[in-house]
Design a protein around this ligand. Structure first.
Ligand SMILES: [Zn+2]
Length: 58
């Protein structure tokens, strides 16, 4: 069974999704700059990354 996984290029910062077969572990390369410094991102339920910015009361 294949699932959509998130990847991020460590070189240019490009994030993309790719279909990954279960148990597959092939080498990947960035679709933008062709670097093979690709990081496999874990899935997140929600995106609350930039929450800190709105915490100032003044
Ligand atoms: Zn890249």
């Amino acid at each position: 069974m294949a699932t959509m996984e998130n990847f991020k290029c460590m070189l240019c910062g490009h994030e993309y999704q790719e279909l990954v077969e279960e148990g597959e572990d092939k080498e990947r390369s960035c679709p933008k700059c062709r670097s093979n410094s690709i990081r496999h991102l874990k899935k997140r339920a929600s995106q609350g990354d930039s929450d800190d910015k709105g915490k100032k009361t003044e």
